[in-house]
Design a protein around this ligand. Structure first.
Ligand SMILES: [Zn+2]
Length: 148
């Protein structure tokens, strides 16, 4: 297995920028396809990273809370409201999801992160962490209003 190298940059890179790692390798910061999400401050050489590898994010994006981290994967809790038409009320639903945690995104239990759907990476892993709650642009509320 290739050793994973993570380099912290003084400033947040822009998507499309090329960064040199300490071992001389060049890594290009990709666009993940979500306009309001900013790339992480750190750069890694993990091939299964949505920003610096070749893992494509497509499908659903959720806001979740990190429950536990175990190596390269993590367990997150997704909570949402489901409308019950018979009682005309919302009920709370929650589900635990196993996700891939890229080494360039720092997470700890209790953090709010964004996860995106990706190809199946393991038997129960088909989502990847794509950013933290604060890694968003100021345009995010404006973009969400247009979508409604
Ligand atoms: Zn990365």
């Amino acid at each position: 297995m290739v050793e994973v190298i993570v380099k912290e940059l003084p400033e947040r890179p822009r998507p499309g920028e090329e960064v040199q790692l300490p071992n001389g390798e060049f890594v290009r910061v990709r666009h993940v396809g979500i306009p309001w999400l900013l790339p992480p401050r750190k750069v890694c050489n993990d091939p299964e990273c949505p920003w610096h590898g070749h893992l494509s994010v497509r499908g659903q994006v959720f806001t979740v809370t990190v429950e536990s981290i175990r190596g390269r994967s993590a367990t997150v809790v997704h909570e949402w409201l489901h409308y019950n038409p018979k009682y005309k009320r919302y009920e709370r639903r929650r589900k635990k999801i196993h996700v891939r945690a890229p080494p360039c995104i720092d997470i700890k239990p209790g953090d709010v992160v964004y996860i995106g759907e990706t190809k199946p990476l393991a038997k129960s892993i088909r989502y990847v962490i794509i950013g933290r709650n604060e890694d968003v642009t100021e345009a995010k509320p404006k973009i969400l209003r247009v979508e409604q």
